[in-house]
Design a protein around this ligand. Structure first.
Ligand SMILES: *Cc1c(COP(=O)(O)O)cnc(C)c1O
Length: 476
């Protein structure tokens, strides 16, 4: 039942204190003609309404949530507590720097630790999301070439196993996107890369691990080929939880990298924000970074780099997300960070090995933090699609994996268990997948209707996309 249907005129829970400033009415023409439709419910009914809604949705507090390419599902509560400290929340961006030295120290320390993790020299916290970081990184690459008078570089190379935001960001930065195909092993086809590398190439964007969950085994060769043609190398580090503490993009030859603090460093992804997609770069790109960089030793202050590409967001980005990231790095420490990435990879390989007998993997070999299976055969044989299996998992209390992504794999299901799941949870998930496989073989029709135990059963997704019904019609 919608909240408007529960509403009764005259009810409510107004608990606002009396107004202590003079009331100013807007001009007649600016006043609304009819009262606003606000639901009127008692406090108790309101609380129950939202509790009921919360119970209907599936979250990480309800069960296994193996949604691939979204990473971070572990959002330690202690990090939220740190970010809620009044010294961090009750400040104003225009406050003089000497009154917020602690906040500047957070930015400086987080920069130093994240640069150690990525093998870079400087960074900006301004970008608000991963894609925003990509765009910022490309602006740095562009500014670098232009500063050298090298203006004929109009292309960005993007392997077809890149995250979808990579080509979009390159196009937004004004570049022509050249797609580089993957070989049968799921890695960049080096021959094709060599053919494309030339003096019109500004750079390459590599998603690593790529969208099929593989670490490109030729990574050093890839960055070398690009550098030799005069281009720069961009590392999409959104899913750094697969490599953090193990290997550093800076050591692999990359010049610039973005991180998703709202995936790998303690802020939930997909929660509607705010997020943070900071960009780390080597010293050669630092002069072009957006403001504001924190500088100084005893007295910290902000500085705008001289050749800065300009602001990509106001002030210093989403500061509280950085507080959470710092708390996370400090809690895990030098041992915990590599342990988290090792567990992410171990869990993915464990579950992959368990599912392999029933669901063929799109690529052979060891995966990183996630793996992609292809249900093309199963569909041909039984009519049961990747969508049917994904929906069937809901009846087992499991959130569906990412479906039909990456696009280069037919009937794809992309599974990312994450580092925090126990072996028991992974075993139960494998049992659910197995039982759905058996159902597909013996009574495939049963899966077309799944899920059947959830508050809302199978939706007509085409109808929902074509004719979305988003407004409540008030009577009268
Ligand atoms: C999530 C993701 C992005 C985009 O991040 P947003 O914050 O959603 O813009 C980019 N690349 C990869 C590999 C990702 O997983």
């Amino acid at each position: 039942m919608l909240i408007f249907e529960k509403s009764r005129a005259g009810r409510g829970c107004q608990i606002l204190p009396p107004c202590d400033v003079p009331e100013i009415l807007p001009e007649e023409r600016e006043q609304r003609q009819q009262p606003l439709h606000l639901p009127a419910l008692s406090e108790g009914d309101l609380s129950r309404h939202y509790t009921e809604l919360a119970k209907k949705s599936h979250g990480v507090n309800d069960g296994f949530y193996p949604l691939g390419s979204c990473t971070m599902k572990y959002n330690p509560k202690i990090d939220e507590e740190a970010a809620a400290l009044p010294g961090f929340t009750e400040i104003h961006p225009l406050q003089p720097a000497h009154t917020v030295q602690g906040c500047l120290e957070v930015l400086k320390t987080a920069e130093s630790l994240l640069c150690q993790i990525t093998g870079m020299d400087r960074m900006t916290f301004q970008p608000a999301a991963g894609a925003h970081g990509e765009f910022t990184g490309l602006l740095l690459i562009k500014a670098y070439h232009v500063s050298r008078g090298d203006t004929a570089r109009t292309k960005i190379l993007v392997p077809d196993s890149a995250h979808g935001t990579n080509p979009a960001s390159a196009a937004m930065a004004g570049y022509k996107v050249v797609s580089i195909p993957s070989g049968p092993d799921g890695c960049v086809d080096l021959e094709k890369l060599r053919e494309a590398a030339g003096d019109d190439v500004a750079g390459l964007m590599l998603t690593n691990p790529n969208t099929v969950g593989l670490f490109d085994k030729n990574i050093l060769e890839i960055t070398e080929i690009v550098h030799q043609c005069g281009g720069l190398c961009y590392y999409d580090g959104a899913n750094l939880n697969a490599v953090m503490g193990q290997a550093r993009p800076g050591d692999m030859g990359f010049d610039v990298v973005h991180l998703n603090l709202h995936k790998t460093f303690a802020t939930p992804h997909g929660g509607g924000g705010p997020g943070s997609g900071p960009v780390d770069c080597k010293a050669l790109l630092a002069p072009f970074l957006p403001s504001l960089l924190v500088e100084g030793e005893s007295e910290l202050s902000f500085r705008k780099p001289e050749q800065s590409v300009g602001e990509v967001k106001s002030f210093y980005g989403n500061f509280l997300v950085v507080v959470k990231a710092l708390a996370y790095i400090w809690t895990l420490g030098r041992e915990g960070i590599p342990e988290a990435s090792a567990n992410a990879v171990l869990n993915a390989n464990y579950l992959m090995a368990k599912l392999k007998p029933w669901y063929p993997m799109a690529y052979d070999g060891i995966c990183m933090h996630e793996f992609v299976m292809t249900l093309a055969e199963l569909k041909k044989e039984t009519g049961v699609s990747a969508m049917d299996i994904a929906k069937g998992l809901l009846d087992w209390g499991i959130h569906p994996p990412t479906m039909y992504f990456p696009l280069i794999v037919e009937e794809a299901l992309m599974v990312e268990p994450t580092e925090t799941e126990s072996r028991e949870t992974l075993d139960q998930a494998a049992e659910a997948f197995h039982s759905l496989y058996q159902a597909a073989k013996t009574k495939p029709e049963s899966l077309h209707a799944a899920p059947v135990t959830t508050p809302v059963t199978r939706l007509d997704e085409v109808e929902a996309a074509r004719h979305p019904h988003l407004r409540y019609s008030f009577e009268g």
